[in-house]
Design a protein around this ligand. Structure first.
Ligand SMILES: [Zn+2]
Length: 437
């Protein structure tokens, strides 16, 4: 299949079982006119003429079948449905929800609104890297609720006092599990020692995880007695998670900021690093050698720098956050230079996640708009194990296509202008269409 455009890059994972095309996909839809940037990195082609049948792309550049529904794409730049490889759809504000100040109804309402907003912004697939229980993914997959296709890990795995434990320092640890809302919100499972972690990874799979996420360094937003400079979990613990993931035919990704934590995880066999905000040349080379991908997350750092209070952080965090924002950009370039497959993730937190596509703008400025688009489509699809089905507009792929009124490849700010997202096709169904001129 396509996706071989960059064979030297590390980090593709074996195929995850993707939610199949919906059975209610229309028989035939013809996208007429516009220009196509297909996600492979090739230059856009004018007036492509794309045919989707029963959810998959069956023809590009052919002629319109007489019985196909026609969508006028004149003036649109068509591209693969965007993929955000690092989201947290359980978007309730952490502090109030941990204090039970927010009703379950409101948390659910925020999550559903977030699903709709994400789809409206052109994202047809997301990988949730912690916070939702399987219920949300299932309800979207069933068609009851509009939203992106969701791959999820359920609860993340953290050591006691690690980056996944978000409660107050004085909250007794044995109360931590009680913040979870079965079927809706899954906070971190805490494990200490290989045996406990093995059991909890298996528990995550029982609850429907399609991959595993561990926190192997401290986090920026978590209890203050841990730091991003901490390493968390031992190599033996990480290796046990890798063993269990392999047994399920899937992979481990790790939240990690500092180099020591990343290197230990890479040597233990993980396939992907989230954030990687301090990756240096040596670590980038190690990742490349071991075939490990990177999903950088620039947006959340900028959001936190601009407004630390939005996530309950003291103003004094701003200096530290600015440093992370800067080194995070340098890490992307170091990883690219070493041949690491670099995806894209927003990591947005909180109930308002409308600005998800801002991540493409950051990346377009750092590299090029085309590279940002490739990261958000083809490369992300490969990282999440969906490269055979998603990520490019090519014959045989699932028909996930977004159309921007204008040309974000010439003016990348347009990626983040939701009013320009005139067309969203998901699994061959038109789920958003705004008449445009
Ligand atoms: Zn995250």
């Amino acid at each position: 299949m396509p996706g071989a455009a960059a064979p030297a890059e590390s980090g593709a994972v074996t195929q995850t079982e993707i939610v199949p095309a919906r059975t209610d996909a229309p028989p035939a839809t013809w996208l007429d006119g516009g220009a196509l940037a297909d996600g492979t990195g090739r230059d856009p082609v004018p007036n492509p003429g794309i045919l989707a049948e029963r959810g998959r792309i069956t023809s590009i550049g052919g002629s319109r079948p007489a019985d196909a529904a026609v969508v006028d794409c004149t003036g649109l730049t068509l591209m693969p449905g965007l993929i955000d490889a690092h989201v947290h759809m359980a978007c309730a504000p952490f502090d109030p929800s941990l204090r039970y100040d927010v009703s379950v109804a409101e948390i659910a309402a925020d999550m559903f609104a977030n699903c709709q907003q994400t789809l409206d912004g052109g994202f047809t697939t997301v990988r949730d890297t912690g916070g939702i229980d399987r219920g949300l993914a299932d309800v979207v997959a069933s068609g009851k609720m509009p939203g992106p296709r969701i791959l999820q890990c359920g609860p993340v795995h953290s050591q006691t006092g690690g980056g996944g434990q978000m409660g107050a320092e004085w909250e007794p640890t044995h109360l931590w599990d009680q913040h979870a809302i079965p079927g809706l919100v899954a906070w971190a499972l805490l494990s200490d020692g290989p045996d406990e972690l093995r059991k909890n990874v298996r528990e995550g799979f029982r609850r429907g995880a399609t991959f595993v996420k561990l926190l192997v360094t401290g986090a920026v937003v978590a209890i203050s007695t841990q730091q991003p400079s901490d390493t968390q979990f031992t190599t033996a613990e990480i290796a046990v998670a890798v063993e269990e993931a392999n047994a399920k035919g899937t992979y481990v990704t790790v939240h990690a900021h500092n180099n020591a934590g990343i290197r230990a995880a890479v040597r233990a066999g993980v396939r992907c690093v989230e954030h990687g905000s301090q990756i240096d040349e040596e670590t980038a080379a190690l990742m490349s050698e071991h075939g490990v991908a990177l999903v950088p997350t620039l947006s959340i750092m900028d959001q936190l720098v601009a407004d630390p209070a939005s996530m309950g952080l003291a103003p004094s965090y701003a200096t530290r956050l600015s440093r992370f924002a800067q080194t995070g950009r340098e890490a992307v370039l170091a990883a690219r230079a070493a041949g690491v497959r670099v995806g894209l993730g927003s990591d947005l937190l909180g109930p308002d996640q409308r600005d998800r596509a801002r991540e493409l703008v950051h990346r377009a400025r750092l590299e090029t708009p085309m590279r940002a688009l490739e990261s958000a489509t083809r490369i992300n699809a490969e990282i999440i194990g969906a490269g055979d089905d998603l990520g490019t507009v090519e014959i045989g792929k699932i028909a996930d296509i977004v159309g921007f009124a204008g040309d974000p490849l010439s003016d990348p700010e347009q990626f983040a202008d939701r009013d320009r997202v005139a067309l969203v096709v998901q699994g061959g169904r038109v789920v958003k269409f705004i008449p445009h001129s």
